[in-house]
Design a protein around this ligand. Structure first.
Ligand SMILES: Cc1ncc(COP(=O)(O)O)c(C=O)c1O
Length: 434
């Protein structure tokens, strides 16, 4: 069905735009789209250098702010733009019969895409709702779950607003109690983080909201063990994985959570405005929909009930699929190994600079590809601006005293990490007396 829809759209668009067959040929296949044999990339560094050419960012710009938004590769952008062009060129051909190509989304289950996502995170398509971002996922869970006045929800003091405020609204409106546990900065061990939840739990506790990887300080939570402990206690677990999908390999069956949501427009490099929400099959019937349309009460197709948002942009979903394909072509484990490896180099270099301080965890089980660090004598904003002005290194200021957040991703190179360190060494020397 998907192929037929795609084919019809392309053929009609090409004809309408006056292109002959060769002019309408697709843009050259990406080296990661299936055209080159893997042997070309036997040497690891040349593999990553070739990959970097798939991104539109100028080669001298080192982008380290994927934690806010990723840069999508060419195949993703092409998928979006080509489809959008087709839609607008051929829309009069759309007769709205069921077997005719679709021009928008919002009313179909989008099973093909949900199945791709399911393979990526080890879930089933029926357990996944397509959303716009993590914030929407958080709101669906907080708003949709049945809680009584006096029931408790445990969160941390490190939640992003997009992981928190649905629960605050629930508390204000329905008399639920939100308890915020204070995370040590940085935590010394996974056990410290586990103890926070266990010690705060009372007989009234119904939900643990767990940030898989926190936004501000990049603290990686031991989600699998936390979910196991919650299950023993009959507590619902919902994980904020906005920073994880496309960053660390994800296996939701293994984690064993009840709900999980993410923003693949960050690390998965999907088009901006793409998200997903997972709810374990057994828990799905407990969650009411928040925004509703024709399938609001359809209990036959799992989480489809939770994606009734009205007309949306099908072209974005074409890019979303292309982003999953691109990522899967490389492989989650390979991505994780590469980018955490780059971040380890950065952390190693920072440890050699006396004025530098790493605020994100350094315990082997709590690290990721994101590092938050500061430099004595320089404010967070000065650091961010100077890194850019001096070396075209783009990090994000996280406020004082935490300095900047530096996210290593597949478009970053060891040379860029070294360039960052050289700039820091120079800046440290310039303000060595402060
Ligand atoms: C941990 C965490 N949760 C939630 C969000 C919200 O993401 P979005 O704005 O894509 O909904 C972010 C964004 O940075 C985040 O880092």
């Amino acid at each position: 069905m998907m192929n037929r829809r795609h084919f019809l759209g392309s053929a009609v668009a090409a004809a309408l735009l006056g292109r002959n067959k060769s002019a309408a040929a697709p843009t050259p296949a990406s080296p990661f789209g299936g055209s080159l044999p893997p042997a070309v990339f036997q040497d690891d560094e040349s593999y990553w250098r070739a990959l970097r050419r798939e991104f539109l960012m100028p080669s001298d710009e080192a982008f380290f702010n994927t934690g806010t938004l990723g840069s999508s590769p060419r195949v993703v952008l092409d998928a979006v733009v080509n489809h959008m062009t087709q839609v607008d060129a051929t829309i009069a051909h759309w007769d709205y019969k069921p077997d005719h190509p679709d021009y928008f989304t919002g009313y179909r289950p989008e099973l093909e895409l949900r199945e791709k996502l399911a393979r990526l995170i080890n879930a089933t398509a029926a357990e996944i709702a397509l959303t716009q971002n993590a914030t929407v996922g958080m709101n669906y869970v907080a708003n949709g779950i049945r809680l009584q006045p006096g029931d408790e929800v445990i969160l941390t003091n490190q939640e992003h607003p997009g992981g928190r405020h649905g629960w605050d609204l629930k508390a204000k409106r329905y008399g639920v109690f939100v308890k915020n546990v204070t995370v040590p900065v940085p935590p010394e061990s996974p056990q410290q983080l586990i103890d926070l939840y266990v010690n705060a739990t009372t007989p009234q506790t119904r939900v643990w909201g767990i940030p898989h990887l926190t936004s501000q300080l990049a603290i990686l939570f031991p989600v699998k063990e936390l979910c196991r402990l919650a299950r023993e206690r009959g507590i619902f677990t919902v994980i904020d994985g906005a920073q994880v999908c496309g960053h660390l390999a994800l296996d939701l069956r293994e984690i064993g959570c009840d709900a999980y949501y993410s923003s693949p427009h960050k690390w998965l490099l999907a088009p901006k405005g793409c998200g997903w929400l997972y709810i374990r099959a057994e828990r799905l019937p407990e969650i009411w929909a928040t925004i509703v349309s024709s399938n609001w009460d359809n209990y036959h197709d799992g989480a489809f009930r939770l994606m009734q948002i009205g007309s949306g942009n099908l072209s974005l979903l074409k890019g979303y699929e292309a982003a999953i394909d691109f990522h899967q072509r490389i492989g989650s484990a390979r991505v994780e190994q590469r980018i955490v490896g780059l971040a380890n180099r950065l952390r190693e270099g920072l440890r050699q600079i006396p004025q530098a301080r790493i605020w994100s965890p350094q315990h082997a089980e709590l690290v990721s590809a994101t590092t938050v660090w500061s430099l004595g004598g320089w404010s967070a904003t000065e650091l961010m601006d100077q890194l850019w002005e001096r070396s075209k290194v783009r990090c994000r200021a996280m406020g004082d005293p935490y300095g900047v957040r530096q996210c290593c991703h597949i478009y970053n190179a060891p040379e860029e990490v070294e360039r960052t360190l050289q700039t820091i060494r120079r800046m440290a020397w310039e303000r060595r007396e402060r």
